[in-house]
Design a binder for this molecule. Structure first.
Ligand SMILES: [Cu+2]
Length: 218
């Protein structure tokens, strides 16, 4: 698909977030167009005529119908956005009963370890950041924690970020739908080498993943 100015969701969960974002964008654009239209109309319709005296226009006091309208319309709009956001987030948070792959992700100062259930544990270095390999169109359960301070697991292409908190386990599912290599990074300032705390995610066909799991990381 190539580079795009529009975020291209890579996981099933990211698609939910992307469509929710699109809904907000459209709702905001419609509201902006109506307001700019009304402002432009008022500016043009009631601007002072050349040479006309400066008199104040008629001053209105209360207009119950108007007051109710401009209270109810935003209220209804916010309620609709709330419901759709709630549904999108519930979809992102949902856990399948039997994930295909389980990876224990541990964040530490300053790096990541990826421990595959029934497979290797991968750890990297500053110059050679670790890679999280995931099978395409399968659900991977991530069990996230930290062994020292707060970090955050962030993969921009997945439109997803979660805090890694010491003493607490955070569980989520990822289902990538597109092969490729994606950038990941710690998104919680955690000390002087925070900027070097990167990783990458490589999404591969399931057969390649099975082969990789057997032979271990190269
Ligand atoms: Cu960190």
């Amino acid at each position: 698909m190539g580079r795009s100015w529009w975020p291209q969701p890579v996981t099933t969960q990211a698609s939910l977030m992307a469509s929710n974002w699109l809904l907000f964008l459209c709702a905001g654009a419609v509201v902006a167009l109506i307001i700019w239209g009304l402002v432009a109309f008022a500016l043009l319709r009631w601007r002072r005529k050349r040479g006309a005296a400066t008199t104040l226009p008629a001053q209105l006091r209360t207009n119950i119908a108007l007051e109710i309208t401009w209270t109810l319309v935003p209220l209804v709009l916010v309620c609709i956005l709330f419901i759709y956001t709630y549904r999108a987030e519930a979809g992102v948070e949902a856990l399948v009963p039997y994930p295909d792959v389980t990876v224990a992700v541990n964040a530490y100062r300053w790096g990541w370890s990826f421990g595959y259930r029934g497979g290797p544990t991968v750890q990297g270095s500053f110059s050679d950041v670790p890679q999280l390999v995931l099978p395409r169109n399968e659900t991977t359960r991530i069990i996230l924690t930290s062994s020292d301070v707060n970090h955050a697991f962030w993969v921009p292409a997945f439109l997803f970020k979660r805090d890694a908190i010491p003493g607490r386990i955070t569980v989520f599912d990822l289902r990538p739908e597109k092969d490729g290599t994606y950038v990941g990074h710690c998104a919680e300032f955690c000390g002087y080498a925070h900027a070097l705390m990167g990783f990458s995610v490589k999404v591969v066909p399931p057969a390649d993943y099975a082969r990789w799991l057997k032979s271990g990381p190269s």
